[in-house]
Write a protein that binds this ligand. Structure first.
Ligand SMILES: NC(=O)CC[C@H](N)C(=O)O
Length: 199
């Protein structure tokens, strides 16, 4: 499996490293042609207005619309990546993909100085809490009926999935734990077209 990491802003190197440790090949994605030979994409955190603007400028929004048309190209959006995958955004609304039926409120977990780490219970990863780092994180303020919640913090959903798309309000690459990357890779494997036998 080959996973792309959107390399516009954020912890690109950490996501590449976690992806490789979790057993997949990892590639940086900047331009539409970088999407050709990957099976899924991770969109790191950063500043969603800037990332969305550059994605639109590089032609990546249109290229991803094409690539995801059959619903078999998984994308994991973390933090700003969640905002770019959200159908609705409260406040200033960046150019984005909007594939997940959620509403996201930007910076709703406080400013940079209010960043924090918590041990989150994420049942699909097993019983060990996941060390989740929140940095000016978005809150999910509405969850559509087809979206499955995967984790909550103080009663509010902070990780969810809908079909091939996975989102988390927090940064999974900032701790050594690679279970979310492993979870995403399994999702990619389950949706990747089976190669035809050559003989
Ligand atoms: N760490 C992050 O990705 C923060 C997201 C940022 N607050 C935004 O709205 O774009």
């Amino acid at each position: 499996m080959r996973i792309g990491v959107l390399a516009i802003q954020g912890d690109v190197r950490e996501h590449l490293r976690h992806t490789e440790r979790a057993g997949a090949e990892a590639r940086e994605v900047r331009l539409p042609r970088d999407l050709d030979d990957i099976n899924g994409l991770i969109m790191p955190g950063g500043e969603s207005t800037t990332i969305g603007m550059l994605m639109a400028e590089y032609g990546l929004i249109d290229a991803l619309k094409e690539r995801t048309r059959e619903g078999r190209f998984p994308i994991y959006g973390t933090c700003a990546g969640l905002i770019l995958l959200a159908r609705d955004v409260v406040g200033p609304s960046p150019a984005r993909l909007g594939y997940v039926d959620i509403e996201a409120a930007r910076n709703a977990y406080g400013r940079q100085v209010a960043s924090f780490e918590v041990g989150l219970d994420i049942p699909c990863l097993g019983s060990e809490p996941f060390p989740a780092v929140f940095i000016r994180a978005p809150k999910i303020t509405r969850l559509g009926p087809d979206v499955t919640p995967l984790a909550r913090y103080q009663g509010e959903v902070v990780m969810a999935e809908q079909g091939p798309y996975l989102v988390s309000s927090f940064h999974p690459e900032m701790s050594p734990d690679i279970r979310i990357h492993e979870y995403f890779i399994k999702k990619v494997e389950s949706l990747s077209p089976v190669r035809e036998a050559t003989s």
